[in-house]
Design a protein around this ligand. Structure first.
Ligand code: FES
Length: 165
């Protein structure tokens, strides 16, 4: 089992955030796309970007924050060096995803939406990866893996921990 390619991100700066926002400022209703672009650029949505987005789109900061907090895909802190997403939708649940989730939380010592203290792995939940026939499924840094069990998960985690040392 292998992780996908690790992504590298730019360091956040208000100036660079402004450039990213400006690329879509002429579009209609671009808030979610802009937030996606910012996260793709910096790896997360720095809180300092919220007022910049709000001003550019003539929205209140509360409106922007409301959208950020509504979507589980948006992060307001940098992710760990690896991002592990476990599918919790129906087909995966029927094939033992909840047991897998419990194992991941126990093994990593963190809950969904959190990063291990050493910064090695961020654990996220996701709802259907389009791989229902091979459930339970996970995304390991974008690498789709099906029929995952506790030992597969342990292999992934150990590989990430080893690479972090
Ligand atoms: S329900 Fe998990 S991949 Fe579809």
């Amino acid at each position: 089992m292998q992780w996908g390619a690790r992504r590298s991100y730019e360091a956040f700066s208000p100036e660079r955030a402004g450039e990213v926002i400006a690329l879509r400022s002429s579009e209609r209703g671009p808030l979610i796309e802009i937030l996606r672009d910012l996260q793709a650029t910096f790896g997360y949505l720095d809180p300092a970007a919220t007022p910049i987005v709000a001003e550019a789109l003539n929205l209140s900061e509360a409106e922007v924050y409301g959208v950020i907090s509504f979507y589980a895909d948006f992060r307001t802190e940098p992710a760990g060096r690896r991002v592990l997403q476990i599918c919790r939708a129906e087909a995966c649940q029927a094939m033992g995803a909840e047991k897998l989730c419990a194992h991941a939380r126990k093994r990593l010592g963190v809950d969904f939406g959190s990063t291990t203290p050493d910064g090695a792995i961020t654990l996220l939940e996701v709802f259907c990866l389009g791989n229902c026939a091979l459930s339970p499924a996970v995304l390991a840094d974008g690498q789709l893996i099906g029929r995952v069990d506790d030992s597969t998960l342990d292999e992934l985690i150990e590989a990430a921990e080893l690479a972090s040392r």
